[in-house]
Structure formats: structure tokens, C-alpha cells
Design a protein around this ligand. Sequence first.
Ligand code: GDP
Ligand code: IMO
Ligand code: MG
Length: 421
Amino acid sequence: MVDVLLGLQWGDEGKGKIADFLTPQYDVVCRFQGGPNAGHSLEFHGQKHVLNTIPSGIFHPGIQNLIGNGVVIDPVKLLAEISRVEAAGVDVAASLLISKKAHLILPTHRLLDQALENAKGATRIGSTLRGIGPAYKDKTGRTGLRIGDVTLPGFEQRYHAVAAFHKQNIEYLGLTDFDLDAMNAEFFAAVDGLRRFTQVDSEYWLHEQILAGRKILAEGAQGSMLDVDFGTYPYVTSSNTISGGACIGLGIAPRYIGKVSGIFKAYCTRVGEGPFPTELLDDTGEWLRKHGNEYGATTGRPRRCGWIDLVALKYAIMLSGVNELIMMKSDVLSSMSEIKAGIGYEDVDGTTDQIPFGIAQKDIKPVYQTFEGWQEDITTARNVETLPATLQTYVQFLEQFFRIKLRIISVGPSREQTIIQ
Ligand code: GDP
Ligand code: IMO
Ligand code: MG
């Protein structure tokens, strides 16, 4: 069976930490969408690691990690990431498989991302500028190149034809200050560097694993509210981040999907532009950013902070059929006398508990419910019974609100700061 672990908000929920924590229960850990726009942080033995394209099972010996067909790969970035992980003592070649069908991010995709964002001006998405959107556009536009293509005759010619077309568009959009020859050289060197890693027909390989009874974890990237179909469009990423994305991004039939675990922070963050109804633009927002260390793992950008949004969470849970919840960073809220949760949206048309179409154009005010905070440090708590009564009450409220068990409560960035109930 394939269990899915995914973010229910706007990304950065703590997927990396939990995927790493859960890996010992699995034989295979896969990424199924996104690319190096993701930044998944893991912390153990006092060391922090950030992964972008490599699945978060990589630090556990004996586990296979697969970059699925739904992922977009930037060879330059992936090779650099592999070097970092190898420097930490991991035999990456022995434990990483790459789907032949994963699409490539070309240097010109990165430039296009930049040129398109510049051209959008005030309506920019706030992209990570990793070339994600342009690469997926080429995939669905049927002009993309896949990593398996590097072994086929004529790859260089195909690459240069695509890059030349991109170059015209980039220059048309007004970006001219780049050295494409240098970028091409870096790209081909990275493609060569990746040849020692095993490429597989991953849909067949995964099917064999399933038939052999192996347990597979599909690790989502980004978050449900950044899903290209269901997120706050157009302020979204370019892939399907919800559980259905795991079927497409790995070639797994829906009947093999087992548990779907949804991760959320005890508050809410968003990086980049786009609607965020419960955003706090005041001192409390600044307080959350500081105490939660809310700066992007990939880009270092300050994350926008706000109260937890139960309207958006309920929507994300519905879309993915989430049957187990995981709450992160409740330790960050320690010392707040009261905390709030958005339970509805109000605009000129009235109050709703659904995500309205055209949310980006609406002026929405959240309806809040207030809870008593927990004043003590909980970072050393290791079981639910030792958590403050107010936090336990809050957990029970959430479980009743969603009618789903909150299985894991995370009280710090490290592996051991994890409570299972
Ligand atoms: P991901 O993209 O979903 O994997 O999340 P990120 O790694 O981008 O962001 C989560 C951040 O919160 C990282 O810096 C983690 O080390 C940190 N983190 C994860 N869980 C907790 C927690 O329970 N408490 C605290 N204080 N930090 C956490
Ligand atoms: P992880 O996996 C948070 C956001 C960007 C931008 C929008 C589109 O670490 O949770 P893109 O580069 O995909 O074109 O950007 O999506 N975004 C993320 N925000 N966490 C992420 O990944 C993100 N990946 C993309 O900030 O608003
Ligand atoms: Mg992240």
C-alpha cells in the first residue's frame, strides 16, 4: 500500500520532519510532484538538513527513495543537493532511484520564470524562481524533456532547440542579462554527474514493490492551498499537491492508496503573494515570524504569518480524503495568553465556511473563535498527558471539528520532539 503525507496549508507545514520521522515504518519513500521549489527541513543528532528534490527518507539506511515521474528535476540543483547529502555520510547512489519520466528543468526555464515574474509586476506570484511553472508548462505543452531522454540519441539537439525557443521568449519579455553558454555548460556537466544514479521505469518498479507487500510513503511538496486546480489560483504552484497527485505523480492506481496524513501548523504561514485571509499584519504576526523562525528553507524569504484557518484546512482535508492529522509547531504558540482560529469567512455576500471562487479578488474577513493559550514550554514534552490542559482542550476541539484523529503533535524541529497519541 501507499500512504500519502501532505501539507494542508500553503506549504512549509513540516512535511520533511514528519516524513523523516515516519520513514522507519516504510520500505520506500517517494516524491510525487514539485521540484526544487520545495525546502524540507529535517533535524536529528543536533544537525539540520534541508532537502529540495530528494525524498526525506534518504537519511535512513536501507530505505529506497524515489523521485517520481511527477517531479520536475533541475540537474544542477539536484547534483548539488546530492553532494550535500553525501557529505553527511549517506550513500545516495545506493538509496536513490529516479523515474525516467521525470521532466527536466532547463536553465532557460529558470530564466523564463524570472522574466515572467518581472513582466507581471504587481501581479507576480512570488515564485521561488526555480523554473517550476515553465517546466510544467512545457510538460503539458508536450515540448518538455525528460531525464530518461538524456540517454537517447539526439538529446543535445533537442535540448538546444527547446532552449533556443525559450531564449526568444525570455528576450521578448525583456530579460537579456544572462550567459546562456555558461548555463548550458553547467547543465550538461550536471547531467553527466547524474549518470551514476539509477533511473527506473518507476511505475513498473513501484508496482512490483506493492505486489511484494512493501510499504510505501508518498511525500507531498508545497501545500493543498497551492494546488494548481484547487489552491488560491493563480497564486499557486504548477502541480497537484493533493492526494490525487500521488496517483498521477507515481503511476499508482487509487485502490493502492492507504492512509492519507495531513500536516498543518498550529498557526498558518504563506510565502509569496496571494490571498491569506487570517494573515496578521500586526505585532502578533511579527511575533509568530520571530518565534517560529518563519523564513523560507529554500529562498530565505520571510514567511507571512497568521492564525490557523480552519475553513482552508477543512477544504484541504475534503480534497485529499485525509484520515489522520498531524499538528506542528504548537510549541511556537507557548506564552500566548490566547490564540485564535478562523472558523468562517465574511464578505459583502455574508458568512461562509467554504472557500469562495475568486478568493483572490474578494475582500474576506475571517470569523474567529478564541481559545485559551498554553503558557508553558512544551518542547521537552514526550506524551500527551504532560501537555498543558489548554493545549489538550484545543486538540480535542480540532478533532471534533474535523471528526479526524490528531495522531501526531510536534513540539520542536527535532526528530525526538514528536508526540504520538
Ligand atoms: P516543509 O517544507 O513542510 O518540510 O517545512 P519546512 O522545513 O519548510 O518548514 C518547517 C520549519 O519548521 C523547519 O524549519 C523545521 O525545522 C521547523 N519545525 C518543524 N516542526 C516543528 C515544530 O514542531 N516546532 C518548531 N518550533 N519547529 C518545527
Ligand atoms: P514546501 O514543499 C511554501 C510558493 C511560492 C509561490 C508559489 C509558486 O517547502 O512546502 P513556484 O516556485 O512553485 O512557482 O511558486 O508557491 N511555494 C511554496 N511555498 N513551501 C513550498 O514548498 C513552496 N513551493 C512553492 O512561494 O508563492
Ligand atoms: Mg518548506
